[in-house]
Design a protein around this ligand. Sequence first.
Ligand code: NAP
Length: 183
Amino acid sequence: MKTASFGAVNRAAAGAAGASSGGKTVMITGVSKGLGRALALELAKRGHTIIGCSRAQDKLNSLQSELSSDHNNHHLLLIADVRSNSSVEELARAVIEKKGVPDIIVNNAGTINRNNKIWEVPEEEFDAVIDTNVKGIANVLRHFIPLMLPNKQGIIVNFSSGWGRSGAALVAPYCASKWAVEV
Ligand SMILES: NC(=O)c1ccc[n+]([C@@H]2O[C@H](COP(=O)([O-])OP(=O)(O)OC[C@H]3O[C@@H](n4cnc5c(N)ncnc54)[C@H](OP(=O)(O)O)[C@@H]3O)[C@@H](O)[C@H]2O)c1
């Protein structure tokens, strides 16, 4: 099994996208908008099956319609909150039942605190950053790696950031969370 950080996502996606026969099953957390949504649409266009999760049902519905516009209905989008161990456990159960073990997992779901001096970052915002960016990835690894191990293959891409490798004063919680992803 190979794990990788942000810099490797393009290579992993390119590897998946370049599969000559038979698409890969790619699970992407945080698929409702931004990079996760863009990645889902692009990989689906290239013939891969998308399993996606995020918290907003309306945005998942909108993505599902877009994914299905080519009459391709084999993608699976589910509500899950990566901050919650039990929510990810339930996600893993549903994924295994409906799609089997993913070939690739992209831990993309993430959040950033509003620019603020460290002592002025509200507690709940600090918690959201750590719970999503650090513990969220750990929750996914906890419930999916045991499913992948028997196959002795799989790729996991954990999204870090440039701020996982350098500091920035007003986003210290985010930097700390992405440094955690790096180690
Ligand atoms: N954009 C950049 O310039 C940049 C640069 C470096 C690294 N990154 C990293 O790349 C990743 C994606 O960034 P982005 O800019 O595309 O973010 P974004 O537009 O804010 O999207 C974040 C996604 O994560 C989901 N999400 C947030 N909290 C979640 C939770 N608790 N459970 C499940 N899903 C959750 C959101 O959906 P819901 O809110 O609907 O749940 C959304 O789909 C992040 O890890 C970010 O740190 C981004």
